[in-house]
Design a protein around this ligand. Sequence first.
Ligand code: ADP
Ligand code: XUL
Length: 525
Amino acid sequence: MRFLGLDSSTQSLTALIIDTDTGEVIDRSIQFGARLPQYKSPNGFLPSDDPRVKHSDPLMWVEALDLLLGELREAGVDLSTIKGVSGAGQQHGSVYLAHPIDEAGMWDASLPLAEQVRPLLSRKTAPIWMDASTGAECAEITAAAGGADKMVAITGSIAIERFTGPQIRKFWKTDPAAYERTAEIQLVSSFVASLLTGTSVPIDLGDGAGMNLLDLAAGAWSPLLLDATAPGLGRKLKAAVPGATYAGTVADYFVKRYGFAPNTAVIAFTGDNPSSLVGMGASQPGTAVVSLGTSDTMFAAMPAPRTDPNGYGNVFGNPAGGFMALCCFSNGSLAREQIATRFHLGWDDFAQAIVERTQPGNGGNMLLPYFVPEITPRLPAPAERWFGTPDFVAGKDPAAAARAVVEAQALSMRLHSAFIGAAPSRILVTGGASKNAGILRVLADVFQAEIIPLRVGNSSALGGALRAAQAVEGRPWSDLFARFTAPDSSRRVAPDPRSKVTYEGISTQLQARLKDLLAQTPATR
Ligand code: ADP
Ligand code: XUL
């Protein structure tokens, strides 16, 4: 049987189709910046004068869905053979609707969907995970909830700028009339699922855990936090549901326009990271995953929620049951791109600079690469600091700059993910930058772990297809993982034991420099 997984991520929408009988995989993506330039979002979000504010136009995601399904059909993919659909969205981003979606029979299949969804929105833009502008709201929610420890005990995370609750509170404070007009608030994941079914689909527990609103132990919205966040919020959220929940069938619009079968099942969508956990075959505790997308994340399944004493890490729901821990770094691919662009390096040159032209430790050169506000560690404003040789500091050493950005990222990842558990000896990697041999080399040496790339490029979309297959066909996870998540052994990277001592020393140095940087950074709350 064939299943479709969708991933509505920061910079692109991906469709991935699996055939559970033949093992065949087809995938296709739409890059928002290149393909939908009318939304003026080259990296998936709108320009803003305040670097802390990051919003996207939700209609861009709707239009991308039309474009992608149209391309699949034109490429000869018979969508009537798809038995089930599930998927994922970038986490935390929120969409505000004046009416719940109940248009299944009303959307006109001869017209673009975006035009028909436009009147449903009560807020033109959607704050996304990169937004860091809600420091005041985090402090207010924390105080009303009874303190940071209480927040962690209920939700698995302290109140965090990018999480949906603080974003909702800011909307209520800045535009109370529009908040009042909002009948329903969706995450990106549940919004895309709602488009597909033409009905409002509930938020799943995995992604719902990234809102600062979910009581993890109860698996339900916390009345205390709903009240602490904004008035009447409980009425604007449907009850959260487990990951494998059947959400309905594909709306008439998609049946008529793209040839889906009318009874195609839609399974609740989840966050891109929880979905990746499944798509990497890592939903059992014991395997760490690094995802190198727009953000870099490091995550792992956990038998019971374990929280970060420093308050940077988060706990989300594991779609296969239980929980997962995650650390998110906003200066991921965008920071690497910043260096690549500034020094005129293509990705091949970037990899070569690391593997062939520089050594572990980078000759003492170090960069703190915070080109956008950082989530881990929390930096409310961009900051870049260059330490080392005069050429490096003057921006005249492209090879050292390439290694410096990646070494700092990998060392910070190791430092800040330590709370998740024992140091991993194997790390699975995914995301756009996992193609880069230079980045994999540094990760292997810094973590002193074997780095194993996944064969399929988009583990979030694959996770969606696998979750649909598991829910509809009832196949055991182990069968699905054996067939679809086998790693790409030819690209494994083994650590060089000689670099261990070097990185121990540099790690201490980085820690000290981060401490200085944080001390210079004005507190936001
Ligand atoms: P997201 O899912 O967040 O939209 P992706 O996982 O698709 O992101 O990754 C996109 C990023 O991957 C791009 O921003 C780009 O910087 C990076 N990327 C793509 N190819 C390479 C490469 N060969 N080396 C390093 N980075 C790459
Ligand atoms: C995770 C996070 C990002 C987004 C976008 O907490 O904010 O990883 O999910 O990928």
